[in-house]
Ligand binder design. Structure first.
Ligand code: C2E
Ligand code: MG
Ligand code: MG
Ligand code: MG
Length: 284
């Protein structure tokens, strides 16, 4: 950064930093009101069984409708919420909303599927996290088998013992745990053996590379074999085309998610699809 600053010789870069800092403050200030004002919404993206094309689960992905800024991506506000601690309240809202929604879909007689909820490290480090998740499930009258929690690799770098213990408790209470964005972080392979993961989600960048060259293909199939050898299911993220899907099917990848099947959608759009398909959800 300093290098860039010197090279430019004047304040272009520091102005950019000011703008960024101001944006961050603005987001932080506005996030305080977002839950209360009902500006947050969950979109859902189906996760498909690659063999049967049936929807196995729905990943809940947060959206923020900011009155002035418009639709703000989670990529732009989740890191800020993590830093400020607001992720605790937002995470609770996400968990409650997702559990209630899945319960509604089950009650409507739609083929039961699970809901996958993204969890930040800060949440896992809360003393009462496990209890609060169990309470949320009870309040929504939803059995723990319908909930999947997605954690990223970076989670494993913090306070290893307490995180591991929390994940184990969650698993013991019947909730399943996925490792998200696998392959992009700093995880050593031994984490896969030592942590109670049920699923590995291969990061989108590897799926992108499938079309590129043989090495792209080889890395993906190596991750699939490794995870399956350790008795974990494998989900491919970011499937965008037929070629990628065909390769993943050939390599026996268990599940897939991506624009090729469906973009994340608001509840209203999903319900239209349900009604059209008589309560069974398949992706053709
Ligand atoms: P993620 O958990 O890895 O979620 C997958 C992201 O990939 C989503 O981005 C999804 O829209 C996008 N995606 C899915 N299929 C495709 C595809 O075929 N092509 C491309 N290019 N993208 C695809 P989104 O919704 O913008 O979310 C970004 C990240 O924000 C998530 O990554 C997750 O890390 C975080 N996030 C979202 N919702 C929550 C939440 O409720 N809590 C927390 N802690 N993090 C969240
Ligand atoms: Mg995820
Ligand atoms: Mg991911
Ligand atoms: Mg991601």
């Amino acid at each position: 950064h300093t290098k860039k600053f010197k090279k430019n010789g004047y304040s272009v870069y520091s102005e950019e930093m000011d703008v960024k800092a101001a944006y961050k403050l603005e987001i932080e200030r506005n996030l305080k009101l977002a839950i209360a004002n009902g500006e947050l919404e969950l979109y859902y993206q189906p996760i498909i069984d690659i063999k049967t094309r049936e929807i196995n689960s729905m990943e809940a992905l947060i959206r923020w409708h900011h009155p002035q800024l418009g639709l703000v991506s989670p990529v732009d506000f989740i890191p800020i919420a993590e830093e400020s601690g607001q992720i605790i309240a937002i995470g609770m809202w996400v968990m409650e909303t997702a559990c209630k929604q899945i319960k509604i879909w089950h009650d409507e007689g739609i083929t039961p599927f699970r809901v996958a909820v993204n969890i930040s490290t800060k949440q896992l480090l809360q003393d009462n996290f496990v209890e609060s998740v169990i309470q949320t499930l009870q309040k929504a009258d939803l059995a723990p088998q319908w909930l999947e929690l997605e954690v990223t690799e970076s989670v494993l770098l913090d306070d290893i013992d307490s995180i591991k213990e929390t994940l184990l408790k969650l698993k013991e209470s019947g909730i399943s745990i996925s490792i998200d964005d696998f392959g992009t972080g700093f995880t050593s392979l031994s984490y896969l053996r030592n942590y109670p993961f049920d699923k590995v989600k291969i990061d989108r960048c590897f799926i992108d590379d499938i079309n590129l060259d043989m090495n792209g293909k080889r890395i993906t199939s190596a991750i699939i074999s490794l995870a399956q050898t350790l008795n974990m299911k494998v989900v491919a993220e970011g499937i965008e085309n037929e070629l990628q899907l065909a390769y993943l099917e050939q390599e026996n990848c268990n599940e897939g998610q991506g624009y090729y099947f469906s973009r994340p959608m608001p509840v209203s759009s999903i319900e239209i699809k349900f009604k059209n398909r008589g309560g069974k959800l398949f992706i053709e």
